[in-house]
Design a protein around this ligand. Structure first.
Ligand code: OAD
Length: 233
């Protein structure tokens, strides 16, 4: 087995579940409470912007009440102490990785705490609501939308992600169902490019067969134990 120098981690909603943020596809999860087509597509925003903005305003307010959990803190520790390459690609739009102290984080599905001006294309840090159509701090246009990737839109920074996957010796997937592409395909890409692949999840993900190893359990326990192993071993 080749020596591990470069690690790429993919996190999903399961990494934030123990912080009290709903996952998407669990029974009672977010996509059972709300139809994707109503709140998470560009068509929905064009049709009923108030509904979409209200939904994201609620989510933006909710995440600011939550705290990072043991999985976030363990990944932040890895980021601090691992002197090889590391990229934490997250599908999560909360800021709990950063609040735990992680720096090498890439938000491929955007961030709740950013507003994107569709007029001047500038993203501004944003904590309050958007429902009243506030002016863009850059250009003044009332054209701010949540900076969250909707279904039918391209995830962010894919070139950087694939460049990291090409260099990876180890790919680790944490708390994601493997239901949404392109993230769900990273394990195959990493594997075909020669990386070892590990999943840490509460249950086997849809792409479980592509992982060399699956550890089943809560991220709050599995991730600190794995980080200890990597840094200690
Ligand atoms: P899902 O809700 O699809 O999957 C969450 C995964 O986390 C499931 O496999 C759960 O078993 C697992 N899980 C739950 N609690 C856990 C815990 N405490 N520890 C470890 N694992 C746990 O969420 P994602 O895979 O993140 O996209 O969903 C991917 C994308 O679909 C999201 O980024 C979002 C959504 O639609 C957009 O909004 C663009």
């Amino acid at each position: 087995m080749r020596e591990v120098r470069n690690i790429v981690i993919l996190t999903g909603a399961g990494a934030s579940a123990e912080s009290g943020i709903d996952t998407f596809r669990a029974a009672g999860g977010l996509w059972e409470q709300h139809r994707v087509e109503d709140v998470a597509t560009p068509e929905a925003f064009a049709r009923d912007p108030e509904l979409v903005l209200r939904f994201y305003d609620m989510r933006r307010a909710a995440i600011q009440e939550k705290q990072p959990n043991a999985a976030h803190f363990a990944l932040a520790r890895l980021d601090r102490e691992w002197d090889g390459e590391l990229l934490i690609v997250t599908q999560n739009v909360d800021d709990l990785h950063e609040r735990a102290g992680a720096r090498r984080v890439l938000h491929m599905h955007g961030e709740h705490l950013n507003a994107w001006c569709t007029y001047c294309d500038v993203r501004s840090r944003w904590r309050g609501p958007l429902i009243e159509r506030p002016a863009c701090p850059e250009c003044g246009a009332r054209a701010l939308r949540p900076d969250v990737v909707w279904f039918g839109e391209m995830p962010y920074r894919m070139n950087e992600i694939y460049a990291a996957l090409r260099q990876a010796d180890l790919f680790v997937s944490i708390g994601t169902s493997g239901a949404v592409y392109p993230a769900a395909g990273f394990v195959r890409d990493a594997r075909e490019l020669g990386a070892r692949t590990l999943e840490l999840n509460l249950e086997r993900s849809q792409g479980s067969a592509w992982f060399d190893e699956s550890r089943i359990g809560p991220a709050g326990e599995l991730v600190p134990a794995w980080v200890e192993e990597v840094l200690g071993g």
